[in-house]
Design a protein around this ligand. Structure first.
Ligand code: AMP
Ligand code: MG
Length: 333
């Protein structure tokens, strides 16, 4: 069995996992939670630096205790999130990954974080060739595989949907991360307030919507109604573009990925859209939607098996690493 150790730490979540072909052997994580405001890149990086030793030690100890077949000598590669993400966080985790690869005398594997979200979803759900809606804090993209790459068919023109929800939540006094709290309030909303719906071709935008939602709160509308209207508007935009991508590509499977994918209303809209067009909707369990180490280890495994490892001297982090820069050698079609 090939075992790959994966390290994730692009933003708020530091996590490490050991993955083999047919299962996640073990994983450990440690989350950074800002005291005030949103994610501060330097503070998050300091969190990762101070937690790395514990997380990796617990990973090795936990895996050895849980799985008699596993020993540290089985690790054949160390994968890490090379980007996209926050520079200080990426650099901290990359340094740890290089040190581990050198110590274990195994290859280093640089992984694109967005593609890791996609591949763990395909693996866990068993979907072959889906159109992907990837919605997280910083990123919001619609992607599909075509001739050797994941092509970005549509994306946000400004902030990610998670970031939009978090910013709005902060404005109304909720703690980070705000997405789940907005969902909770939205479930009690009853009245739709008109908010800007911005879809331009295959792209979308959330920053005007966020400002308008803040103004709607200032104008005295109930928080429940504004949260409800925020979700209805933003998720309808995402569903519209995902549906158009499916129609253009002629694909009849759809995969939801990224932390915002945990939102039940978003899932419901996408499921309905897929049902209406005779397509299948897939969403992995929430621990594999949000940032996690298993997805990095798993994509690391796929890349390792197709020979895509990284010399240490080429392992600089890539804060703006786009998924379509990666040659996908592990898929046959
Ligand atoms: P990720 O970067 O993929 O880990 O996703 C983190 C983002 O997901 C944050 O912006 C959270 O606010 C958001 N999020 C998590 N759960 C939910 C939810 N139930 N509804 C909406 N957003 C969510
Ligand atoms: Mg992510």
């Amino acid at each position: 069995m090939v075992v790959i150790l994966g390290l994730e730490g692009t933003a708020w979540n530091l996590s490490a996992a050991l993955v083999t072909e047919d299962r996640v052997i073990y994983d450990v994580e440690s989350s950074y939670k800002p005291l005030h405001g949103g994610i501060h890149p330097r503070e998050a990086a300091q969190h990762h630096a101070s937690e790395l030793k514990r997380v990796v030690s617990q990973l090795i100890e936990g895996a050895s205790a849980k799985d008699e077949d596993f020993s540290i000598g089985d690790i054949e590669g160390v994968a890490f999130s090379q980007g996209p993400g926050m520079g200080p966080c990426l650099r901290t985790v990359a340094t740890a990954a290089r040190a581990l690869a050198l110590t274990l005398k195994v290859p280093l594997i640089g992984v694109n974080h967005c593609i890791a979200h996609i591949e763990i979803g395909r693996w866990r759900c068993g979907t072959e060739d889906p159109v992907v809606l990837y919605v997280s804090g910083a990123n919001s993209q619609v992607l599909a595989y075509h001739t050797g790459r994941y092509r970005i068919l549509g994306e946000t023109l400004d902030i990610g949907i998670g970031n939009a929800l978090d910013k709005f939540a902060r404005y109304i006094g909720l703690e980070h991360p705000g997405g789940p709290k907005v969902e909770e309030l939205a479930s009690k909303g009853t009245r739709y307030i008109h908010l800007p719906y911005v879809v331009k071709g295959m792209d979308f935008s959330f920053s005007g919507l966020t400002t308008a939602a803040k103004e709607a709160v200032d104008a005295g509308n109930s928080l429940e109604d504004v949260c409800y209207s925020f979700q209805e508007t933003a998720f309808a935009m995402l569903t519209e573009v995902t549906e158009r991508a499916m129609a253009y590509c002629g694909k009849d499977e759809m995969l939801l990925a990224g932390g915002v994918g945990a939102n039940r209303r978003l899932q419901q809209m996408l499921r309905t859209m897929c049902g209406d067009r005779g397509a299948r909707f897939f969403v992995p369990e929430s621990k594999y939607l949000k940032d996690n180490g298993a997805m990095i280890a798993y994509l690391g495994l796929l890349q390792f098996q197709s020979g895509q490892t990284l010399p240490i001297e080429d392992s600089a982090v890539r804060p703006n690493f786009r998924p379509d820069e990666v040659e996908v050698k592990w898929r046959v079609r």
